[in-house]
Design a protein around this ligand. Structure first.
Ligand code: GLU
Length: 416
């Protein structure tokens, strides 16, 4: 078994948490180790130069006991079926952690979107929708943004689905532009949710946030926004990283300035007033909070040995391997797990979906207040559960989610 197979890792997380589940439920845990449906499609695309390329796409529907399948679609050259299976499982857990009425799914296309033109990307997205059309829908399976997809991608998904169904169907996808019935606050929701849980954790420990130094790995939507929000809270962002560069400044980096620089130069590499460090060095920096906000397996058992931060906030999905988890626990490092820390994104996706279906739109203030309430409640449940069971917050979050999914499954009944 390889340390970096995301699906094996997700199964290990389920097994590690099963000790915290209620006894009568244990038999049913087996069901959660299998996605309910795997869809694999080929998408032929005529490139702008006239050549034809065929792309592979997936949609994995993990579980829908608690509601329609829900989860993003990523465009990345490293997408694999096992990765999408893991991400779909994490979505089921995540939605159950924040107690929103969804199951879990995930989609992906094996493609480097940075090498495609806008026109090619639009047609690839529409081609994907054509292929998965029978499996998605407003009360069936609702996609959303993920790595390298954004509001524009979601607008194409909504348009293509609406064209094929001959109905205006905004609720088939979330994370749309606000002009296309997207929700206010969706773009910053993942980071905002992460901020709320981190602040709650610091409050529970009696720590003043303003004294905290933070390193953020990943400078996409989640990474940039968490850096900005924590900077606004008075924390010092001492290091940031994107896929091309990692920069450090012990007296702090202004995330907005870094974003402007990145927009101009394509990367934060060589950001003025900062020192360039190696990409893996960000994990071993002498700081208080480490935030992986990029891809899976960033912190494996080797990297875990180098971590000096006392708190890791997992804004990415699956950034810490189970082997690394063991080491971090021995080192007394607190991990605020992905299925809690990054669940603000799908929570505001849920708000967007409710607004689309009810045709009633909310103010930013309403969205932010409701998000804060859900995140604080989820954090409190998990923190108390972890303390009661003397478990990690990851196992507590998994156990709580598994109990909720299993209860819904039991009530519905099992076909056999
Ligand atoms: N892709 C995001 C995640 O991993 C959001 C999913 C959604 O909004 O459905 O949580």
């Amino acid at each position: 078994m390889s340390e970096t197979n995301a699906f094996d890792n997700a199964i290990a997380q389920i097994e590690n948490a099963s000790g915290c589940c209620s006894n009568s439920d244990k038999k049913l845990i087996e069901i959660l180790k299998f996605p309910q449906k795997i869809i694999e499609v080929s998408i032929p695309l005529r490139m702008d130069n006239g050549s034809i390329r065929v792309f592979t796409g997936f949609r994995v529907q993990h579980n829908n006991a608690r509601g329609p399948y829900k989860g993003g679609v990523r465009f990345h050259p490293g997408v694999t079926l096992d990765e999408v299976k893991a991400l779909s499982l994490w979505m089921s857990m995540k939605c159950a952690v924040v107690n929103i009425p969804y199951g879990g799914a995930k989609g992906g296309i094996i493609v480097d979107p940075k090498k495609l033109t806008g026109h090619e990307l639009e047609h690839l997205t529409r081609g994907y929708v054509d292929k998965v059309f029978d499996f998605i829908g407003p009360i069936k399976d609702v996609p959303a943004p993920d790595v390298n997809t954004n509001a524009q991608t979601m607008a194409w998904i909504m348009d293509e689905y609406s064209l094929l169904s001959r109905e205006h169907s905004p609720a088939v996808v979330t994370g749309k532009p606000v002009a296309n019935e997207g929700s206010l606050g969706r773009d910053t929701a993942t980071a905002m949710g992460g901020k709320h849980v981190l602040l709650e954790y610091l409050k529970a420990k009696g720590v003043n946030p303003k004294t905290m130094t933070v390193a953020v790995q990943g400078f996409g939507n989640a990474g940039y926004n968490i850096a900005k929000l924590l900077h606004d809270e008075g924390m010092s962002i001492v290091a940031i990283a994107d896929s091309k560069g990692t920069v450090y400044n012990e007296s702090g980096i202004d995330p907005m300035r870094a974003l402007k620089y990145k927009e101009k130069h394509g990367s934060i590499k060589n950001l003025p007033d900062s020192v360039e460090i190696k990409s893996e060095e960000i994990f071993g920096l002498d700081c208080d909070v480490l935030i992986p906000a990029a891809l899976e397996n960033a912190i494996d058992h080797k990297i875990a040995k180098t971590v000096k931060a006392k708190i890791i906030l997992e804004l990415a999905n699956g950034p810490i391997t189970p082997e690394a988890d063991i080491i971090l626990k021995e080192k007394n490092i607190t991990v605020i797990p992905d299925i809690l820390a990054n669940s603000g994104g799908v929570t505001v996706s849920y708000f967007e979906w409710v607004q689309n279906l009810s045709r009633d739109y909310w103010t930013l203030e309403t969205v932010e207040n409701k998000l804060r309430e859900i995140m604080v409640n989820a954090f409190t449940d998990i923190y108390n559960f972890a303390n009661r069971k003397k478990a990690t917050m990851r196992s507590a979050a998994f156990a709580l989610a598994m109990n909720r999914i299993i209860e819904a499954t039991k009530n519905r009944g099992i076909l056999s």
